[in-house]
Design a protein around this ligand. Structure first.
Ligand SMILES: Nc1nc2c(ncn2[C@@H]2O[C@H](COP(=O)(O)OP(=O)(O)OP(=O)(O)O)[C@@H](O)[C@H]2O)c(=O)[nH]1
Ligand SMILES: [Mg+2]
Length: 417
């Protein structure tokens, strides 16, 4: 396994906090926290405890209620006494500047939220200049509104009317504000520089794409950790970094794949995840152009994951948000080797739940739902890969003939069928 440089989160102990709300029941919250724990571990932290609270909506002041915050505080103090110091508390939703500040004042440890944790991982993972630039821009995007609010807050304290919108930049304010205003300007300058750099990379990349010739473009898309890179390695006989961590892939890799006599381009892309602000996704624009410009999407799904159906929805929605909805898409259900279900006793008359569904039943349901536009494989065990190749060949050939009607190498195998 490849080791990677760890952020400040390394080996620090962490506590997770999530809410059970009207729109997120207890089961969902636990699933989200499982995922948050996986994210935290990916960042190198060790999760030692979870707190949840039932609230109609998050508190705008401290996210959780006063009592819960107190409970967390007491827990942190108790741990500290036992020399079991907790380094950070991670919240499952994006926090506002105000919330972060209030919570930090109370708990006196580092406060992270889902977004900043993901950004941390992105920063650790970024390899190419493109990915690094995109991550840095995303980090500033996250920081900026939080700086602004801090600024507004100080403005109020400074004896202003209290109605400050925090948007103005002129006037005589205290030294603290001047510093913040300077920080803000520095960040804005840096952001425009990064945007400029990304625009240059974009131009380069789109030139590269134009020079790729008359080939159909297929993009592997999907939730993070479903096996996109593993499949890419298998199809393209390439070496793309794959591992059991979230966001192993941050930049797109494109490989030429040839099935029979038909060449096409296959790209591996960054994985999607729940509760990822679209803003952040947009920072990965040039990476995701590959998805936007693809002729065919292979939506890879980890069928062994208990939440795979929700993951499918998240991916579909992200693709639609990117403006890439409605493209020819095939679902590739991966990890069938790891699929498990709970067998029901014959005399058990309670209704079947999703835990009781056999792989075969699932296959039938999805084949019907997708009009046969799906396939079930194991990239790890290389199960059904030949079949996937065959289907891909047919689909790509069809698209190729539509898109490049005068490209003749195709006709050589035309009578095979
Ligand atoms: N059991 C099982 N594990 C698999 C299979 N395919 C991939 N994996 C494992 O799943 C983990 C994630 O695989 P990746 O290929 O890195 O997944 P990815 O979708 O590229 O992930 P990101 O780049 O992080 O979005 C790795 O530990 C793989 O070994 C499979 O068919 N069965
Ligand atoms: Mg990957």
């Amino acid at each position: 396994m490849k080791e990677f440089v760890i952020s400040e989160a390394q080996t620090e102990k962490a506590v997770l906090v999530g809410l059970i709300t009207q729109t997120q029941n207890e089961r969902k919250t636990n699933e989200y926290l499982d995922e948050l724990a996986f994210l935290a571990e990916t960042a190198g932290a060790e999760v030692v405890k979870r707190f949840t609270q039932k609230l109609d909506t998050p508190s705008s002041v401290t996210y959780v209620g006063k009592g819960k915050l107190q409970e967390i505080k007491e827990y942190l103090l108790a741990q500290e006494e036992e020399e079991n110091e907790i380094g950070m508390v991670i919240f499952d939703d994006e926090l506002s500047a105000k919330q972060i500040r209030n919570i930090e004042n109370e708990l006196k440890v580092k406060i992270l939220d889902r977004t900043s944790l993901i950004l941390d991982i992105f920063a650790m993972r970024a390899q190419t200049a493109n990915a690094k630039t995109q991550v840095e821009l995303a980090q500033y995007k996250y920081m900026l509104p939080r700086l602004q609010r801090l600024w507004t807050h100080l403005e109020r304290q400074g004896g202003g009317s209290g109605a400050g919108g925090g948007k103005g930049s002129v006037g005589l304010r205290g030294p603290g504000e001047t510093q913040l205003e300077m920080d803000r300007r520095i960040i804005l300058n840096r952001m425009s520089l990064l945007k400029q750099r990304l625009a240059e990379i974009d131009t380069q990349k789109s030139t590269q794409r134009k020079n790729r010739g008359r080939m159909i473009r297929v993009a592997l898309v999907g939730y993070t950790n479903v096996g996109k890179s593993t499949l890419m390695n298998l199809m393209a006989k390439s070496e793309v970094f794959a591992e059991n961590k979230l966001f192993a892939t941050l930049d797109t890799t494109v490989r030429k794949v040839i099935i029979e006599n038909l060449p096409f381009l296959l790209s591996d892309t960054v994985g999607f995840i729940r509760k990822l602000p679209t803003d952040l996704v947009e920072s990965f624009k040039s990476t995701l152009d590959e998805v936007r410009e693809a002729d065919l999407l292979l939506h890879v799904v980890d069928i062994s994951h208990p939440d795979f159906e929700e993951q499918i929805q998240v991916v579909d929605k992200t693709i639609a948000d990117l403006g890439a909805g409605g493209k020819p898409t095939m679902i590739v259900f991966n990890k069938i080797d790891a699929y498990t279900y709970v067998e029901k006793a014959e005399d058990d008359l309670t209704p079947k739940t999703k835990e009781n569904i056999t792989l075969e039943e699932l296959m039938n349901t999805w084949m019907a739902r997708m009009n046969d536009n799906c396939i079930f494989i194991s990239a790890r065990n290389k199960t059904n890969i030949e079949e996937l190749r065959n289907i891909l060949y047919k689909k790509v050939r069809e698209l190729h003939v539509q898109k490049y009607p005068y490209n003749d190498f195709l006709y050589q195998t035309y009578d095979e069928e």
